[in-house]
Design a protein around this ligand. Structure first.
Ligand SMILES: Cc1cc2nc3c(=O)[nH]c(=O)nc-3n(C[C@H](O)[C@H](O)[C@H](O)COP(=O)(O)O)c2cc1C
Length: 345
């Protein structure tokens, strides 16, 4: 009996694989202009990483097993409740942290609490943060009702509060809030009033260097970039508004900073500010497309950092849990491979 030349008992797919290689060789060309310029590829120095080999590390007082953050997304509908619980389950399985979407509704009523109440799904070992807009906090100060905030955190068993700062979104939103004080003043007052952990984020346009300089000098637990390049809420609100407003303001919705630009500023500011830099951690998010962007940013950060995604998770959290699980597992595998073979230039 004659056998195929390449087929051996320990490699039964050899024949079909060689055939695939010949057929796909021409389709698989990557032109040199398409190469990712951010990394050195070092194939010589490591074995294949075993699955599950990412190192656990402490972040925001808890222990993460993956350097990934689920960025805040609004709750308050039946679908959002399901999504929040799926995301929390993925956090528990893969050791990620999570920011809830705006919890404004929960300040005054528990009607939607089950949609946000994910602590038991997530477990107590991972960071979970509640979320409020800076406009809401300004109003609570005016009405002398800020005690509602620790009550909210207690209800959610949250580790702290994320404050989102979104002046352009509010200005473009037909029913948007008006800031009567600067967000910086409101955040400073919040820090003076309470000692729970606080994170400040934008919602998809990031922060310029002067805002970053001011934030880094506050005793925050972290800054979340929420940079430009992904979901843009100023534009989103314009699309909800009328055509005339869209035509006038579309260009201002296109301002902002991407995460790489913001990280360059933050790295430089960390050195420049020295001991005046009081914020110790970063969540690098906004326009992060996948693990490779996340790996690049976290490796490049001088400060301890994880990377965050909102819409990236949302895309995979609307079907069944297995779809979300497969997505996160693939991202973790990508991080393992990147860690073994890629060095940031
Ligand atoms: C559906 C959706 C709802 C969001 N709701 C909130 C929110 O309630 N609070 C908040 O701080 N950010 C919210 N964001 C902004 C995200 O946290 C994130 O900063 C922004 O989408 C940029 O990240 P991305 O490019 O990965 O989507 C929301 C984003 C999405 C896509």
């Amino acid at each position: 009996m004659t056998s195929e030349p390449y087929q051996t008992p320990d490699d039964p797919t050899a024949v079909s694989r060689k055939k695939d290689h010949i057929e796909l060789a021409f389709r698989s060309r990557v032109e040199s202009g398409q190469l990712d310029p951010r990394f050195y590829y070092e194939p010589l120095l490591a074995a294949h990483p075993t699955a599950g080999s990412l190192k656990a590390f402490s972040f925001l007082g808890k222990t993460l097993r993956s350097p990934i953050w689920v960025s805040s997304m609004t709750g308050g509908t039946a679908l959002a409740g399901k999504i929040n619980h799926y995301l929390a389950r993925a956090c528990s399985e893969f050791g990620m942290g999570m920011g809830l979407g705006s919890c404004r509704q929960l300040l005054y009523s528990d009607e939607y609490l089950p949609d946000f109440d994910v602590r038991s799904t997530m477990g107590s070992d991972l960071p979970l943060f509640a979320n409020l807009g800076v406009a809401q906090i300004e109003t609570l100060f005016e009405q002398k009702e800020t005690e509602r905030i620790p009550t909210l955190l207690h209800k959610l068993r949250a580790d702290g509060l994320i404050v989102h700062v979104n002046p352009l979104q509010e200005a473009m939103q037909p029913e948007g809030d008006v800031f009567r004080r600067s967000p910086l003043e409101v955040v400073q007052e919040l820090l003076q009033t309470f000692d729970f952990k606080m994170i400040v984020k934008e919602v998809g346009q990031g922060f310029g260097p002067e805002s970053l300089r001011a934030l880094l000098q506050l005793p925050l637990a972290a800054i979340e970039f929420a940079a430009a390049g992904g979901t843009n809420f100023a534009k989103l609100e314009l699309l909800r508004s009328d055509a005339a407003k869209l035509a006038i303001f579309e260009k201002i919705a296109a301002v902002g900073h991407n995460a790489t630009e913001m990280l360059d500023w933050t790295n430089a500011l960390k050195t420049e500010l020295g001991e005046r830099c009081l914020t110790p951690n970063l969540i690098l998010s906004g326009g992060v497309m996948d693990f490779l962007d996340g790996y690049y940013l976290t490796q490049k950060s001088v400060m301890p950092a994880v990377y965050g995604q909102a819409s990236g998770f949302l895309k995979h959290a609307q079907g069944d849990y297995e779809e979300l699980r497969a997505f996160v597992q693939s991202q973790v595998r990508g991080l393992e491979l990147a860690g073994a073979f890629l060095k940031v230039k």
